[in-house]
Design a protein around this ligand. Structure first.
Ligand SMILES: C[S@@+](CC[C@H](N)C(=O)[O-])C[C@H]1O[C@@H](n2cnc3c(N)ncnc32)[C@H](O)[C@@H]1O
Length: 368
């Protein structure tokens, strides 16, 4: 028995855990008790294990800065096959008890429980990898996290405030992220890219660049893994990859532009790739992950996904033509006869292409 009241034992991946009996099993995860555990986020944590396994992190220092039960940090210490020193922190004293218990349960000598405000901790210490996983927006923690990343450090961030970022609450997005967002068929990609754009501007204030390694949307959240190389040149290079999407809700046309233009531009957004392709190539779906099939499927889609900063939706195109959507596979084949096309992880009905809306409309009207 763990000795923590109202707790239960589970296994996630290869790691034994004590979690509160009252925990979220699905959805965004409502806070039920004082210590938070959301079963649905195990996919998100699997990907952390896969990614850290693919990076050269031997001997490095890791911080899970907002750890709740400690599940992510304890899994890293237990499942990433590297000699890592993992600090697992939460400012809540009850969460700290869970972290201590979970490190003990897995007999981990490389896992250290901490009980600080992450902003105080990161003003005194720095790490090679910092994970930030707050309730809602990461904005209040971003500057501390960047400052607490070593020169070639990597930052992992979760944001669950998808509604402002993806255009449901544009005023909130403007206040929080200094960007114009809009409801549109590719809203989740827009939101993710606004978030990266925000990070680029915050990092640049500290003479750091941002290099996306793996940035994605899943379920109800955005997740970013980015390198933060330290140099003014890197910061300038990252800033030069910010731009805007020109989107016309009437016609559905969309394109990327480096300049803020008319009322129809949204952003600023990150216009570069969401992935470091060499890291994606070296990622493996390790034995023992909690959701292997899902990890496999996402990895395959990311590897294929084109670096176009928006996508089209098969249903949207067909409904503009008052027709039923064609099979997406057939549509992509036809597009590939004249241009590039890929599926996208943002939506099962979405696809990316270098063709314009006018060119696409011609192809779709031909096959519906
Ligand atoms: C969403 S939960 C973390 C979930 C956890 N990472 C997981 O994978 O299950 C957010 C946690 O951040 C903690 N927290 C909030 N503000 C903090 C701060 N300033 N410093 C450290 N921890 C903080 C909360 O106590 C809470 O446990």
């Amino acid at each position: 028995m763990s000795g923590i009241p109202d707790s239960m034992h589970i296994t996630e991946g290869l790691t034994k855990l004590v979690v509160p009996v009252a925990h979220s099993a699905r959805g965004p995860g409502k806070r039920q008790g004082r210590v938070f555990y959301n079963e649905q986020m195990k996919f998100n944590r699997d990907l952390t294990i896969m990614l850290l396994n693919a990076l050269d992190l031997s001997g490095k220092e890791i911080l899970d800065s907002m750890a709740g039960t400690g599940v992510r940090g304890v899994r890293i210490a237990n499942e990433v096959r590297k000699d890592l020193e993992v600090s697992v922190n939460d400012r809540d004293t009850e969460a700290f008890r869970y972290i201590q218990e979970n490190a003990r349960l897995n007999e981990l000598g490389n896992c250290h429980a901490l009980n600080s405000d992450m902003r105080c901790l990161l003003s005194e210490r720095s790490f090679d990898y910092v994970d930030v996983d707050p309730f809602g927006t990461p904005v209040p923690y971003v500057t501390s996290a960047i400052e607490g990343c070593k020169r070639r450090g990597i930052l992992g961030v979760t944001a669950t405030d998808t509604a402002p970022l993806a255009g449901t609450y544009p005023k909130k997005c403007a206040r929080r992220y200094g960007a114009r967002s809009i409801r549109c068929p590719f809203g989740h990609e827009l939101g993710l890219r606004i978030l990266i754009g925000y990070l680029v501007r915050k990092a640049a204030e500290l003479d750091r660049g941002v290099r996306p390694i793996l940035c994605f949307y899943a379920d109800h959240y955005f997740r970013l893994y980015v390198g933060l190389p330290e140099s003014a040149g890197e910061a300038d290079r990252s800033l030069s990859q910010l731009g805007y999407i020109q989107y016309d809700p009437e016609t559905g046309s969309r394109s990327y532009t480096p300049e803020r233009g008319s009322e129809m531009t949204v952003g600023p957004i990150w216009g570069g790739s969401l992935y470091d392709r060499s890291v994606l190539d070296s990622m493996d779906v390790n034995e023992g992950l909690a959701e292997r099939a899902r990890c496999e499927k996402y990895l395959e889609t990311w590897r294929e996904e084109l670096d176009v900063p928006y996508f089209f939706d098969n249903d949207e195109l067909a409904s503009r033509l008052h027709a039923s959507p064609p099979p997406i596979r057939r549509l992509l084949e036809r597009i590939r006869e004249v241009g590039s096309a890929s599926r996208t992880h943002f939506s099962p009905k979405g696809f990316k292409t270098d063709l314009s809306l006018a060119e696409l409309t011609e192809i779709v009207s031909d096959i519906v």
